[in-house]
Design a protein around this ligand. Structure first.
Ligand SMILES: C[S@@+](CC[C@H](N)C(=O)[O-])C[C@H]1O[C@@H](n2cnc3c(N)ncnc32)[C@H](O)[C@@H]1O
Length: 267
């Protein structure tokens, strides 16, 4: 059987160490200020009724499901990776939120839910790892109820950080990953023992048009994190500086154009 790009990525994401590394990079005390503020903002915009249900599509370790559950909402959290779901199960149990968060195995390329199932869907940092992203866009658009809202967070290929790093790597000829330029964005492919992971810096315009082609409309686009360079820095004062700038940008500016993270609301 020939391996497709999607099956290579699925095999890569079956590895527990990939999810453990993401937890070490992103689930840090320093990052919590941003994420807590971001979820307060999301809920101020959405104004869901108490007890409303969210689908967390590509939940990983369930960090964001837990944020929603702690704020009084129910969450159906799904991922196609068994190892991510195992981590999620432990995390949800450790927070004693098993009554609010249910877990399930699903692929965003073929969701088992009927059309128009959810009022609220969160898809944070997931589309960037899906080679057939248009199919996932179609599936997410299908399962949103008319009048419901989908919140998507993706990396922005036109951000200051993405453009700056790209130029620097070109200059120094230091690109480790295979880079593919596509209408969907810039794809960085890294291979490991025959499996592969794609991480896309999205062409945000393409993404918006793609959701629009499936009947959703962008109602709001705000900055996420201005920079994720803290994942590559080792000196604590430099990391701190990045977090301070990120928190300032999110609290006082929120302009998405220059920001690496972009949060989009589709209705
Ligand atoms: C970078 S992690 C983000 C996890 C979580 N949303 C967060 O922000 O903490 C990406 C997650 O998407 C999942 N994923 C990637 N492609 C998927 C697909 N086609 N169907 C379901 N889950 C997928 C991965 O297994 C991984 O857990």
């Amino acid at each position: 059987m020939v391996d497709t790009p999607s099956s290579l990525v699925q095999n890569f994401l079956a590895r527990p160490e990939v999810h453990q590394q993401w937890s070490r990079d992103y689930r840090t005390g320093d990052n919590e200020t941003f994420f807590e503020q971001a979820f307060d903002h999301i809920l101020r915009v959405l104004k869901p009724s108490p007890g409303a249900t969210f689908l967390d599509a590509g939940c990983g370790s369930c960090a964001h499901s837990v944020r929603l559950a702690r704020r009084g909402f129910n969450v159906h959290a799904v991922d196609f990776s068994e190892s991510a779901l195992a981590m999620a199960q432990d995390y949800v149990s450790s927070k004693q939120l098993r009554e609010r968060i249910t877990l399930g195995r699903e692929s965003l390329l073929e969701l088992s839910f009927p059309d128009d199932t959810f009022d609220y869907v969160l898809c944070w940092g997931v589309l960037m790892h899906i080679p057939e992203v248009e199919r996932a866009v179609s599936e997410l658009s299908r399962i949103i109820k008319p009048g419901g809202t989908l919140v998507v967070s993706e990396g922005n290929k036109a951000s200051l950080e993405a453009v700056g790093l790209r130029s620097l790597r070109r200059l120094l000829r230091r690109e480790k990953a295979e880079v593919r330029e596509k209408p969907e964005g810039l794809e960085y492919w890294t291979a490991k023992s025959g499996d592969a992971l794609v991480t896309r810096q999205a062409n945000i315009r393409w993404l918006i048009k793609s959701f629009e082609a499936h009947g959703l409309t962008l109602t709001r686009r705000v900055a996420g994190q201005l920079s994720e360079s803290y994942t590559r820095l080792s000196a604590p004062p430099l990391k701190q500086l990045v977090h301070v700038r990120n928190n300032f940008w999110f609290q006082h500016v929120r302009w998405p154009g220059p920001a690496f993270g972009n949060i989009m609301f589709f209705h």
